[in-house]
Structures are given as C-alpha cells and as structure tokens.
Design a binder for this molecule. Structure first.
Ligand code: CTP
Length: 449
C-alpha cells in the first residue's frame, strides 16, 4: 500500500483545498492529512484563522479524500510523521515548490498544481468588514502601530490626528494616511475606531469624545489615571455599544496567555509572591517621561504592565498598598510598590533613572515561574521546581513589536461584538488605574532621599 501525507491549515475550506486533497490521494492508496493546531498557527504568525481546529478537521473529513487526519503541532513534526506512519509520498501545493526538498531524505516529495485565484486569505479578507482605524497622537508608539496593524486582517489605518498640523502632516505622509489637525470631530467622522496614543493627560478627553461619537477605542497605557474615569468610560462604551480596550500589549501575546493558564491550572501550586520589574534608563530628561506637568514618572510610564501581570495572577482584592519612591524635579525616577493580598504579596520595581533586572518571578507553593528580562516582551519562560530535572522551558513567537496581538484582539472584539476581553477585563483596567491614582494621591508613599 502506497501511503501519502499532506499538510495544511484548511481554513474556510475551499475548492483549492478539495483539488489538492484529490490530487494528493491520487498519488497513492492511503492519504493522511495533517491539520495545523490552533496554537501552531498562532506560533507561525497566522493570527487570523477563522475556523478552529475541530471545524477544520471536520471540513477535511467531509471532502471524503482523507483516510486519516492528524494534528500538526510543532516544527519538525513532518519528519517524525513520515517515519512514524511509514510514508512513501509527501505531497503539497506548488506554492511551496522547493521548500520541502529537505524531506527527500525520508520519502518522495511531490509538488502538485495549485488552484489559481483562491486562498483562505482571500476568503477571509472578502468576508470581513474592514475596521477603519484612526490614530490620535503621532509619537513613538503611533509610529510602531502602523506597520504592526498590517499583520491583522480587516484593519486599515486610514487617518491620524495631531493638533500640531506639521506633525500630523509628516506622520500622514510617511504612513500613507489622511492627516487631521483641526476639528477632532472631522477626524472621528473618517474612522470606525480610534487608537489613542497621545500624551497621558489627554487620553480621557480623546477617548470620551470618540466613544460618545460611537467609535471603538483602543487606548494606550496608562489608559486613565483615575478609577472613576475608567469606570465612566467603560459605562459610556457599554451604553454606546462599542469596544473600549486598554492597550496593555503583554496581556495579549501568546506566551503570556500560556503562562497564565499554567499558573491557573496549578503547576506551581498556590501563588504566594509576584515580583515584576521594568526599568528604562533615559538619559534625556527633557522628554515627556520626566515632565511632572505631563504626568511623567516611572509609575505612570511603567506600572501599567506590571500591574496587569499582578492583577491577572492574584486578582483585584488587595488589602494594602505601599510605595517607595525616589524623586527628581517632582517626578519619580524610581518606585517600588507593594500590594498585599490575603494569601499573597506582590511587588513591582520601576525605574526611569534607576536600572534594574527587568524580570518577572511568580512564586508558588510547588515551584516558581521565571520570565527573564524583558519579561513584558514575553517569548520565553521557565517553570522551576526544587527538583531541577522537572524544570520546563517554554518558547513562543513574539513577532515584531508585539502590538499586532492587541490589535488582533481589538479587531476581533469589534467584529464579533464582544464588549469584554478575558485577556484584560474592564474591572481589571479599573483596578490598575486605581493603584496609579492612589500613588499619585500620595497614599502610603515613602520618599527616599
Ligand atoms: N492550496 C492549493 N490551492 C489553493 C490554496 C491552497 O492547492 N488555491 C493548497 C496548498 O498548496 C496546501 C494546501 O492547499 O497544499 C493547504 O493550504 P492552506 O495554507 O491551508 O491554504 P491557503 O488557502 O493557501 O491558506 P492561506 O491563504 O491562509 O495561506
């Protein structure tokens, strides 16, 4: 019996897939089809797959050509499968010509004609309404947002707003979007959704007016500096039936999501301590980060990601909070914060004028998880035990600047009419803003000389 194997995602199964499966089957007597797992697709940067793995397997089975369906879950699995299933022929579409020649060492490799004019990518694009996004603020993070958005299907960055006309024009020219500098309302008219990337103190006003106009809002961190304002804007988003999401980028990346489910499923026992550090030494002290009037300082700049980690790992019910800060010209260049929970304690160490190791350590009753610096660009972590032989390392893709993951979640919430993201609940954003607010109000703060 001649055994053939072929692989694919088979999202939104189309005629091209049916043709290739038929052609593959014709190469032998028995056809095995490897369908990619959801996690494997994400890891390969395929973020937009519509059907989940079970739906895709069912669709492949329904073609009637597959004698057996398996799941492809890791790089290198093809070689394992060819040996395990005693495969004679590896078949794949001609779009992969040459790419799988390395398998010739193990079996015959054939590239079969691809069906022209159709692909899952095309079908996804054709069936998805495009969300027109406008960016408010044209600074550093906005410049990184535009190329990242290109990786997300159904998102089109079309406009940029900056009250400084020259800056709006320069940004617009560089990124091929429409500039707006005068009436914010005109800018809102041109978009469906807004990414607020302006200075901290302007977030509330820009976000509120966008929500009021029925536009979805993705707001940079720190989203807002007060719990009450955060609650108010979420209530407004709810009333207007639009999405409001805090752009806490780490919360949406694949490695962080996996770390969280591992902790929640008890691999390190009960969590007793969380330590998150983030420092960014900035010699240039004339920038926004060091401007007290613009709410600069290490807490407003750096605490949101650490607080996101703490809140996701330990919850919202802390009973006590303490801060220790070193100030310079009215701005904290270093702050250590401690949050006390009933069964656990958490701390964050932040520096704009002090450097520290930027890692995250989650300690539990059975073991701990270490995410090395820079933990907030999570692509690797290790679960560690007393018996080091049981330690396990986890590696993930963290593509580009990592903003594509939050943009993807934002777009998915809009398209699927999902008001809330389990990756960062509204209540969690309220708590994060509340801690920053307490710090700014001077609650339990010791100043270091
Ligand atoms: N295929 C084909 N003709 C097409 C599209 C895909 O022959 N028009 C083949 C591919 O060459 C591959 C298999 O179908 O052997 C599975 O490909 P997959 O990546 O799942 O399909 P695409 O439509 O190419 O998906 P995407 O657009 O997401 O890359």
């Amino acid at each position: 019996m001649k055994k053939v194997i072929t692989y694919g995602t088979y999202d939104l199964l189309h005629q091209g897939h049916i043709n290739i499966l038929r052609r593959a089957k014709e190469q032998g007597d028995y056809l095995i089809v490897g369908v990619t797992s959801d996690a494997f697709d994400k890891e390969r940067g395929k973020l937009n797959v519509r059907n989940n793995v079970l739906e895709r397997i069912e669709a492949v089975k329904a073609t009637g050509y597959a004698d057996e369906v398996i799941i492809e879950d890791y790089v290198g699995q093809k070689i394992d499968d060819i040996q395990k299933y005693n495969i004679d022929v590896f078949a794949i579409g001609s779009d992969w010509e040459g790419k799988f020649d390395y398998l010739k060492e193990y079996c015959e490799v054939v590239y079969l004609p691809r069906t022209e004019g159709i692909s899952s990518t095309q079908l996804r694009a054709a069936s998805q309404a495009v969300v027109r996004v406008g960016i408010v603020g044209t600074g550093r993070i906005a410049r990184r947002f535009v190329p990242e958005a290109e990786f997300v299907n159904g998102v089109d960055v079309v406009a940029a707003y900056n009250p400084q006309c020259a800056e709006a024009e320069a940004f617009a020219q560089k990124h091929g979007v429409q500039p707006f500098a005068d009436r914010y309302e005109d800018f809102l008219d041109a978009v469906d959704a807004v990414y607020v990337a302006s200075p901290h103190l302007t977030h509330y006003d820009y976000a509120r007016r966008a929500l009021q106009a029925g536009k979805h809002v993705l707001c940079e961190i720190p989203m807002l500096l007060s719990a009450e304002q955060t609650r108010e804007l979420f209530a407004l988003a709810k009333a207007k039936n639009v999405v409001l999401l805090e752009a806490s980028k780490t919360a949406f990346c694949p490695a962080w999501s996996h770390l969280l489910v591992l902790v929640k499923s008890g691999v390190i026992g009960d969590v007793v301590d969380v330590k998150a550090s983030l420092s960014k030494l900035m010699p240039e002290t004339t920038i926004r980060e060091f401007d007290a009037a613009a709410a600069g300082g290490s807490v407003t700049e750096l605490a949101p990601l650490c607080l996101m980690a703490i809140v996701k790992l330990l919850g919202k019910d802390f009973t006590d909070v303490h801060f220790y800060s070193k100030l310079q010209d009215g701005v904290d260049i270093f702050t250590k914060g401690e949050l006390v929970f009933r069964n656990a304690v958490a701390s964050f160490t932040l520096g704009l004028g002090v450097k520290t190791e930027g890692n995250l350590v989650v300690s539990g009753t059975k073991g701990y998880i270490l995410v090395p610096s820079p933990w907030w660009l999570t692509n690797f972590f290790e679960v560690c035990y007393e018996d080091q032989n049981k330690n396990k390392k986890y590696f993930y893709a963290y593509e580009g600047d990592g903003l594509r993951y939050e943009i993807q979640e934002f777009a998915s919430m809009i398209v699927n009419h999902r008001a809330e993201s389990f990756r960062l609940y509204r209540d969690e954003s309220v708590v994060i803003a509340g801690v920053i607010e307490q710090y700014r109000a001077g609650v339990n703060t010791t100043c270091l000389q």
